[in-house]
Design a protein. Structure first.
Length: 459
């Protein structure tokens, strides 16, 4: 089977341009792949304009240009071969030019299309014909190089005629029975859309991957096919994979935080959790993709909680409580106090990374993922501005990392110690720390060139 885009236009006698260049210029102007409803044409074809070749037959000029697929289509059929081929063809006859884009299905028991209608004699297949703007005209059936116009469509006559001129030049195949059948092609489209966003920090804007969506659908396309093959009935399945890319919008972490911190529902959760810093165990909520909240699940450890079941969360808010009696005592009888560190712990980092990983399978933007920690010493939020492909959770979580974290924060303070711990022990670029002030404004905390603490207010 071959798909052909059709156009008829008068000869352009543009001064100073040879005929080949004139044909190429006209085709680049007329071919509107993006207007085709058929996703194969709209998003999966690339025309190699530099490959144009000219041949002649009985005073008729034929121009052929190579066309390829970005992602090869898979054909499973007892009638056609698995490999598709494409060619863009213009026929200059007298003062008219007829142009076609051909998607070629070669017959299973015949040679593959030989990249030129000049070598059409051995070819058997079906041609579906379209206008250059996407409207389907009709079909031709080719049997051993002889073209049949099943419904005598006038718009197909130029192509039908030139194919048969080449065919009739070969006496061995001049006598071919006119025979075709009406069958169906079952086409399954798998549309992969890679979503990206532009993230701006200061004056630098970078493109970052967010997530991929997949849409699959199947259509039934009627088709005239050559008869006389070995099978009594035919089945043809076409599997098309198309990859698109979308940049959703420009995202600045400071802008996202400003929007988040001014949201009444989010602000109400923050205000409520600030009242819980004096409790004897952590409390908190996770936020679902739809914006609603669920409570974290408490554990026997007062400093640790787990998210509820599910992966469709974009973030969470939790409390680090004030120092509290550990249940142990000094020799003088005074209580030994447990002192939770009022900054994100290694386990908080792990949960943040897991939320980021889940964006590979849900529809949440990486730019929307966050983790917020509330304590009597301040409120902090984690965001991610790096490459999602760098995210992993393969670290030795537990006592070793906990001890390194405690040493870092004891030596360099909560903010600088946390950032140095991230750099030296996690090493994933793009995990960013923001302090959220009581008035809703935020400031980025980062390391400068010599690993000193740097504070950059969000504008």
């Amino acid at each position: 089977m071959a798909l052909i885009l059709f156009s008829c236009s008068p000869e352009d006698n543009t001064a100073g341009i040879n005929q080949t260049d004139a044909i190429t210029n006209q085709l680049t102007k007329d071919l509107k792949l993006d207007q085709f409803k058929n996703q194969t044409f709209a998003n999966n074809l690339v025309v190699n304009w530099e490959s144009i070749k000219k041949i002649e037959k009985d005073g008729v000029e034929i121009y052929e240009i190579e066309v390829e697929e970005k992602n090869p289509t898979i054909i499973k059929s007892n009638l056609f071969q698995s490999k598709l081929k494409y060619a863009l063809i213009s026929i200059k006859k007298e003062n008219q030019i007829y142009s076609y884009l051909i998607e070629i299905y070669s017959g299973l028991n015949h040679p593959l299309y030989a990249n030129s209608i000049q070598k059409i004699d051995a070819f058997t297949g079906t041609l579906n014909v379209y206008e250059l703007y996407g409207k389907q005209i009709d079909q031709l059936v080719v049997i051993n190089g002889k073209s049949i116009n099943p419904y005598a469509n006038n718009a197909l006559m130029p192509l039908n005629d030139i194919i048969n001129r080449f065919h009739l030049g070969n006496k061995k195949t001049a006598s071919v029975p006119v025979c075709y059948l009406s069958e169906h092609v079952y086409v399954t489209y798998s549309i992969y859309t890679d979503h990206y966003y532009n993230i701006t920090v200061g004056t630098i804007t970078e493109k970052k991957y967010a997530y991929t969506t997949i849409a699959t659908y199947t259509v039934d396309e009627p088709m005239s096919v050559p008869c006389g093959e070995s099978e009594s009935s035919y089945e043809t399945y076409k599997y098309v994979t198309i990859r698109n890319e979308i940049i959703d919008n420009v995202l600045d972490p400071c802008d996202r935080l400003k929007t988040q911190n001014s949201n009444p529902d989010f602000k109400a959760k923050i205000d409520l959790l600030k009242k819980n810093t004096g409790l004897l165990k952590e409390t908190g909520v996770v936020q679902k993709a739809d914006g609603t909240f669920l409570d974290f699940v408490s554990s026997s450890n007062p400093n640790y909680m787990t998210p509820p079941a599910g992966t469709n969360f974009k973030g969470g808010i939790h409390v680090h409580i004030n120092p509290y009696p550990s249940g142990k005592f000094h020799p003088d009888g005074s209580p030994i106090m447990s002192k939770p560190i009022p900054i994100f712990s290694p386990q908080d980092i792990k949960q943040f990374l897991e939320t980021l990983l889940n964006t590979k399978t849900n529809t949440i933007l990486v730019a929307d993922v966050y983790s917020t920690m509330v304590s009597s010493s301040g409120t902090y939020t984690l965001k991610f501005t790096g490459n999602i492909a760098d995210i992993n959770t393969n670290f030795n979580w537990g006592t070793d990392l906990d001890d390194k974290f405690k040493l870092a924060t004891k030596k360099d303070g909560n903010e600088l110690g946390f950032l140095l711990f991230l750099k030296d022990n996690i090493g994933i670029k793009g995990i960013t720390l923001y302090k959220v002030n009581d008035d809703g404004t935020s400031e980025k905390k980062s390391l400068d060139a010599i690993n000193l603490l740097q504070t950059t207010p969000c504008q």
